[in-house]
Every structure is written in structure tokens, then in C-alpha cells.
Ligand binder design. Sequence first.
Ligand code: UD1
Length: 411
Amino acid sequence: MGGSRLSGTVNVPGAKNSVLKLMAATLLAPGTSTLTNVPEIEDVTIMAELLRRLGCEVTQAEGVVTITVPDRPDHRADYDLVRKMRASICVLGPLIARCGAADVAVPGGDNIGSRGLDMHVDGLRRMGAQVSNEHGYLLAEASQLNGANVFLDFPSVGATETLVMAAVTAQGVSILENVAREPEIIDICHMLNEMGADIGGIGTSTLTISGVAALNPVSHRVVSDRIVAGTWAVAAAMTGGDITINGVNPIHLDVPLDKLKTAGATIERREDSFRVHMSQRPQAVDIVTLPYPGFPTDLQPQFIAMNAISHGAALVTENLFEARFRFVQELARLGADVRTDGHHALIRGRAELSGAPVEATDIRAGAGLVLAGLVAQGETFVYGAEHIDRGYAGFVSVLTDLGAQISRITD
Ligand code: UD1
């Protein structure tokens, strides 16, 4: 139900896009590793199940996950789990490093376009792995991985993670260039170094990795979820609200917060929190999605939703996932004036949206549609809400606490 100004304080849990990879990385060391600040989201449960199938013992409770990795993990990740979550591919690197082989089903996951794996495969081949694609599985083998120089065509988050996890115990030095620099990549590199790896250049686009013989288990706190934080920030700006967002480093959101300022919001930044206050109808803002530190594609739907009720018009350019604009057809059902052409979307802001039934097609589209529903006149029903559960812990209760009129109809 639209119309409420959201206000209050929220705490941001650990990042989905970090914790899943950190869980996979624990495979690199036999013994018990502990992760804290873990979000209570569906994808963590799926990854826990995947690790169990590989022979690990996994416990999950109140933000803490413990993983006990056996001396000889299994090396096959089956389609029935991988199809639920594309991020399952992140076991590829650690499995080949630890077991000398990995059979990983080629993932499905978010419905946001064709997401290739060529850079993962090319990099592993350079390290000496034999990789083939048979019957929907990537089959990788290498009795010994060797350090290699790899230049990524594009700073892919997933390929960077696969190659870092493969390189940490390879024989010799790897130099990985044009790698992704997301805070989640920095997080996994720090954790691997805490486990005994030797990764230099963390946070830059060139990583130098000297392979070590073995890694040790670790206790590590997951970096906070900048995308969840950014979603609440947009919620404040769209509803003319005032939200303090705790437990996240605002530097990780430099570009989106700057865009909210351009839209008319007041942003107060502190070391590990920030406040977003909006007292007027937003001004539409152009955005261009890019690898970090550029504008994150995972906040693009939320910003399109904000532009849909802003003054003026904005051009949004999506450079990472071509199918991400599918969600604008749903937004149009709420009365938004949005036209897409290739990887551009032109949004002409409307004074009002009107509630309607809509369908969430992926996690961030779901979040964007709920935000639009919070300002639309009347009731909006968001179908496919289970997508949102994959990435947001307690989404409905957080919004209710902030004053939103929202309820969960089915589980
Ligand atoms: C991760 C995030 C996702 C985020 C994205 C970009 C997780 C679980 N997901 O996805 O939320 O939107 O980063 O910030 O962390 N590509 C290739 N070949 C490859 C690898 C990638 O062509 O070998 C293409 C993909 O098809 C896509 C683009 O590169 O178009 C970006 O992919 P990548 O950066 O790898 O994103 P993910 O790791 O899939």
C-alpha cells in the first residue's frame, strides 16, 4: 500500500555476494571455519546444503555459520542445487584446487541474462587445468595447478573469485590483471590471507598471488551488504523519508549516494553508517552501471523505480546484464513511463503510480517493484517474492518497522 514516509534505523547484515564465496573458500582448508555477520537469507541455506553434499558439516544460527571441511571433500556439485543459485559456480575454484578435479553443473540462478563462464574457464586452463563442458556440467581436472599470468577481458566478479581461489595453492606465482575490485572481492582476499594465502595488491586491479602449500581454517566477519544498504537508502529518498542505515561503510556506496544527493536527498555520512533524508519529490537522475567503483547494476532497478516517480526524465544505461530491463515491463503495469532500447532505458517521471499486481523476476527487480509499490496509490501485489528472500533478510519486517504498509501473503 503506497503513501507512507519511511523513517527509523536499520542495521545492515553481511553481504550475500560475499558470504557465499567465503563459504566456498572454506573448502580450501580441512577443519572448522567460522563466519560471522552472516545474513539469514535463502541463498546461504542453499550454499550450506551444497557444502553438505560435498561432505562438509555445516551449522547455521543467528548470524554465525560454521563449516567443518573433511580431508577429502567430494568434487561434484549437482544441477538440482546449482540451478537454484548461479553463485554455486564459486565452488569450482576451491574444488579443483583442493581435489584436483571439479564437476560443477552450469548454473541458472537469476533470470537476468546470459552470464558466461568463459573467463573462469580460460583462466583455469592457463593454470594447467583441462576443462570441458559435457551434458550441462563443467568438468575440470588438474593434478597440479600452476601459477599463471591472466588478463581478464572484463573485471568479472565471479571469474576473479574463481581464479583467486585456484591460485592461492597453485605452484608458483600468479598475476591476475584487470580483476574486479568490489568490496566483496577485497573481503575474500583478506579472508584467504588470514587462512595463510599470500595475495598482494588487494583492492587494486592487479593481484599478485604466491601459491602456498596449504591453508588453515579461519574465523572471519563478513563485510556488510552495500546493496541492501543502498536499497534502504533509495526507500528513504522515494518516500520522502528519513532512514539511518547502520553497520555499512558509506565509501562502498560513493556513487549511489552521490546520485541520491543529485536527486535532492540530504546524506549524512559517518564511519560505518549514514543517514538519508528527503523532504521533496526526487529529481530524476541518469545512471550508468559499471564494475566497482562505478554504479552497481544491483541497484539499477531500485533507481529506475525512484526515477519513475521523480521530476523530469533520466537515461539509465545497463552495461552488465542485458536482461535486467525485463523488470521495467512490470514497472509499467504500475503506470511508470519507461521505454527501453537495447541497454538504455528512458524514464519520464510521473507524479503518481497506481498499484497493480506485478511479478518479480529476480532479487533486485523484486526490491525495485516493492519500492515502487510503497509510493503507488492503492495496493500492489508483488508475485515471486521468494526471489527477494534470496538476498534480503527479513525484508518485510524491516520495511514494517520503518512504517511501510506491507504484508507477506504467502511463504
Ligand atoms: C556478481 C554478483 C551480481 C552482480 C555482478 C556484477 C554474486 C553472487 N553476484 O555476479 O549480484 O550483479 O557480480 O556486479 O556475487 N561474464 C562473461 N564471462 C565470464 C564471466 C562473466 O561473459 O567468464 C559476463 C557476464 O555474462 C555478465 C558480466 O560479465 O554480463 C558480469 O559478470 P560478473 O561480474 O562475473 O558477475 P557475477 O559474478 O555473475
